[in-house]
Design a protein around this ligand. Structure first.
Ligand code: ADP
Length: 424
């Protein structure tokens, strides 16, 4: 450029190309460095010529000597500097942009490679997991098949066992049925035997009682007072024996579902009650009991079987005496029932009855467990027969008690007409 006219030559654009190329080749910083180096070299050359350090090469022999013109030189240098810088910036920025996109591309490629590697790894893991799963599924299927086979075996075994058990139960049921039929037959035989024995026992009792009455009346000869006393005891025990036999007969009728004959006749209650209570006087006195009979003034005459009703009331009074300790009180009362009919009550202040057994004591052979019951004897049939007999009169019988140790009350309500009952 120096030899081509220095500041007057047009080669001043040449470094711009170099700067541009360096920008393309080496980037922004290198091209900027080139630009400054070029401007420095240009300034040095211009300065050298301006201050006469180097001789000017007048290539174009211009009319105006620009190389000696300070303003021209300054403008020229400034213009070149701007051009160089523009050129450096454009190409350097392009380089940077290319480099950035290149980096971006490489990063993307790296990422793609990484992603591919990862996906391959995932695929491998998936494959291994799937084969593991398949193995487990195969194993589970084997287990399930074994379990199913086992279950089927068990079910078959259980079915066989159940079938055997069913057959055994049927067998036992058949045996039980046969046993029951046999037992029923035996029970019936026993009851028939009881009935027969009771009849047989009753037969000789009638002449015994008749002769006893004859002897006691003195028609068969003189009877001393001592003999009379002994005979009275025999007569009482005879009556007791007859009651027992009658109870047994009723019991066997009840068991055999045979009708208990009821013979209804007009019953004058005052006389009837006095006779019954009189029969228990001696027994009550022996236990020092306060034994009272309370009767309403107006008592109706009812239609009833006197013998059967006597048995019912005697059983209630007998029980009251049995289950009341020495010195206790027994009150027998009879009066009109407010809702119609007559009401008999036998109350005592004896051992009492637990509330849950008030009804059970009317069941056949039921006795409350206590030392009293054991000592008192009895078979637990009295109240069952009483309920049956009262029922046959169309009446009701039940017990009331505030609880053990607090006494009991037995109530019988009979209709005045005596009802139709089972046997009319
Ligand atoms: P038995 O007197 O022969 O045992 P009952 O059928 O007459 O049979 O009485 C059944 C049971 O009811 C008696 O064993 C007794 O436990 C109870 N019982 C009956 N009367 C009374 C009473 N007045 N006080 C307490 N318990 C009674």
């Amino acid at each position: 450029m120096y030899f081509a006219g220095g500041p007057e030559s047009t080669w001043g654009f040449l470094p711009m190309i170099l700067v541009a190329m360096s920008g393309y080749l080496f980037g922004l910083w290198a091209s900027l460095a080139y630009a400054f180096v070029a401007i420095a070299l240009l300034s040095a050359m211009f300065g050298a010529e301006y201050f006469g350090l180097l001789p000017h090469q007048p290539l174009f022999h211009m009319a105006v000597a620009y190389w000696n013109n300070y303003n021209y030189l300054a403008d020229y240098l400034f213009g070149m500097l701007v051009l160089y810088l523009i050129s450096a910036t454009v190409t350097g920025s392009y380089y940077l942009a290319v480099e950035r996109s290149d980096r971006e591309l490489r990063r993307t490629a790296d990422e793609a490679i990484k992603a591919r590697r990862e996906s391959e790894e995932a695929k491998a893991q998936l494959l291994s997991a799937s084969s593991e799963l398949e193995a487990r599924v195969r194993e589970r299927t084997r287990d399930l098949e074994a379990a199913q086979a086992n279950l089927e075996n068990n079910v078959a075994q259980r079915t066989r066992d159940l079938e055997q058990a069913r057959r055994a139960t049927l067998h036992i049921l058949k045996d039980l049925k046969e046993d029951m039929v046999k037992l029923e037959a035996v029970d019936r035989m026993k009851t028939e035997f009881l009935s027969m024995v009771s009849h047989e026992l009753r037969t000789p009792l009638t002449p015994i009682k008749a002769y006893l009455a004859l002897i006691l009346s003195g028609k068969m000869g003189e009877v001393s007072s001592q003999q009379k006393e002994a005979l009275a005891v025999v007569a009482r025990q005879g009556n007791h024996l007859q009651d027992l036999i009658e109870s047994l007969l009723d019991l066997s009728r009840l068991e055999l579902n045979k009708p208990i004959p009821i013979l209804k006749e007009p019953l004058a209650l005052g006389k009837f009650m006095k006779e019954i209570v009189e029969a228990f006087k001696v027994q009550a006195e022996a236990k020092q009991l306060d034994f009272q009979l309370v009767m309403s003034e107006k008592l109706p005459t009812i239609m009833a079987d006197g013998i059967k009703m006597k048995r019912v009331l005697s059983n209630l009074i007998g029980n009251a005496i049995k289950f009341t300790p020495k010195g206790g009180t027994i009150i027998v009362s009879v009066g009109p029932e407010p809702s119609g009919g007559v009401r008999f009550e036998v109350s005592d202040n004896g051992i009492g009855i637990p509330p849950d057994q008030l009804d059970k004591i009317f069941e056949k052979f039921y006795q409350i467990e206590s030392s009293y019951t054991q000592a008192a004897g009895g078979i637990g049939m009295g109240l069952a027969i009483a309920r049956e007999l009262v029922g046959l009169h169309g009446g009701r019988i039940w017990a009331e008690s505030p609880g053990p140790g607090k006494g009991s009350k037995f109530i019988v309500v009979l209709p005045v007409e005596g009802g139709e009952g089972k046997n009319g």
